[in-house]
Design a protein around this ligand. Structure first.
Ligand SMILES: *Cc1c(COP(=O)(O)O)cnc(C)c1O
Length: 389
């Protein structure tokens, strides 16, 4: 296998990615600084607990949360968040997972495919509320009484999937959760950029928030963040760590106050989600770059590239949607008669080209430039000119 192109030596084709930092296309493309940090991290031994303590301080700084943990993705962070809400400091409950009686309330408008990650903890998901807005049947969102009516001693958490539409309901949910001592878990996996969102959900009262490391953050694909309340993050860490330790010699991470534990737990439900030293260092390096980046300048650059692509494609129904409207990066929308047929055609091309199918239901394919390599613009344009009707 050659270093210069491992994919070619495996017979795997490179793809033109104008679909965004999708997991199935390998997520983000990492900056050289992140790659170098990961390579350097791989050359020494460290205590993973001590490294996660350091990560916690960095994540706390970036998010405004009390603590944070590097996970193997936002989905893993959701499972760990649920496990932490169920077990807290109870090592017997940690040992019993996923076989415990515990409920997580999930508003009907928030049941995404990622709900499976919450359920993987062993919790039962209980649907609450209505979906008037989503179905267009009405104007009402989630209401406090709908959550309160579903509360019972077996409820360990409330799940919330953050997006531009659902966010208006977050203060209501946070108030009810706070008043009843029930942790609020917010899935904000893909809510970056803008970077302000790193702090937003914690500031609004979330107890735990998850972000993907391998999407806009530009970290390792198999990385993510769990940020939030110190005791819950500590429980998540404990259930993720390698616990093949001698109780006599075990030095727990600072996050974990041993006085809260009645014994030393075995490998927890999160053991399969171990974050390696390379992922932890890579994620932190990417997080630092993300926080320091000039979003305005980056978006202006992306917009200029999209305008150049649009000029080449002239004659078709194109709409440049600026970052101020998408809430993240600018995109170029292409209205076509059959969006999915065109998408399938482009994916079968040489090289394969991927556009976002996010708005295919309304006859639109979207050029999302988030991880589109500048050197790929010309190939993308050529493929589109040949494929467009
Ligand atoms: C991508 C995504 C996830 C999963 O994130 P990973 O980092 O790939 O595990 C979870 N929830 C939502 C809403 C997402 O978009």
């Amino acid at each position: 296998m050659t270093n210069s192109d491992p994919y070619a030596s495996l017979g795997v084709r490179r793809r033109i990615n104008a679909a965004g930092a999708l997991t199935r296309l390998g997520g983000a493309v990492m900056a050289p600084e992140v790659v170098e940090a990961m390579a350097a991290a791989s050359r020494a031994s460290v205590d993973i607990g001590e490294l996660q303590d350091a990560a916690s301080r960095r994540i706390a700084e970036a998010t405004g949360a009390e603590a944070g943990l590097v996970t193997t993705g936002a989905a893993a962070a959701l499972t760990l968040a649920a496990a932490a809400s169920i077990a807290r400091w109870d090592v017997a409950r940690m040992a019993a997972l996923p076989h415990v009686a515990a409920d997580i309330l999930l508003p009907r408008t928030h049941r995404t495919g990622y709900a499976h990650a919450l359920a993987a903890s062993g919790a039962r998901l209980v649907d609450i509320g209505h979906n008037d807005r989503g179905t267009g049947a009405g104007v009402r969102g989630l209401e406090a009484w709908e959550i309160e009516a579903a509360l019972s001693p077996s409820v360990v958490a409330v799940g919330f999937s953050a997006n531009a539409t659902s966010i208006v309901d977050l203060p209501t949910v946070a108030t009810v959760c706070r008043a009843n001592g029930v942790p609020l878990i917010v899935d904000a996996a893909a809510q970056l950029p803008p970077k302000e969102n790193l702090r937003r959900f914690i500031a609004m009262g979330a107890d735990l928030v998850t972000f993907s490391g391998g999407k806009a953050l530009g970290g390792p694909q198999a990385s993510g963040i769990l940020a939030g309340r110190r005791d819950l993050v500590a429980s998540a860490l404990l259930q993720q760590l390698d616990m093949d330790v001698s109780p006599q010699t075990w030095t727990p991470p600072e996050l974990i106050d041993r006085a809260n534990l009645r014994g030393v737990p075995h490998h927890g439900i999160g053991r399969g989600f171990k974050a390696g030293k390379e992922e932890i260092v890579g994620l932190l390096t990417a997080l630092d770059r993300f926080v320091k980046a000039d979003d305005g300048a980056d978006n202006a650059r992306l917009e200029a590239r999209l305008k150049a692509i649009a000029a080449e494609l002239g004659g078709h129904q194109l709409t440049l949607v600026p970052a101020s409207v998408t809430g993240r990066v600018p995109v170029l929308e292409i209205a076509v008669p059959d969006a999915l047929a065109l998408s399938a055609h482009l994916q079968r091309g040489d090289p394969p080209v991927h556009l976002s199918e996010r708005h295919s239901a309304r006859g639109v394919l979207t050029i999302d430039p988030q991880v589109l390599l500048p050197g790929d613009d010309a190939v993308l344009t050529r493929a589109l000119r040949m494929a467009l009707p």
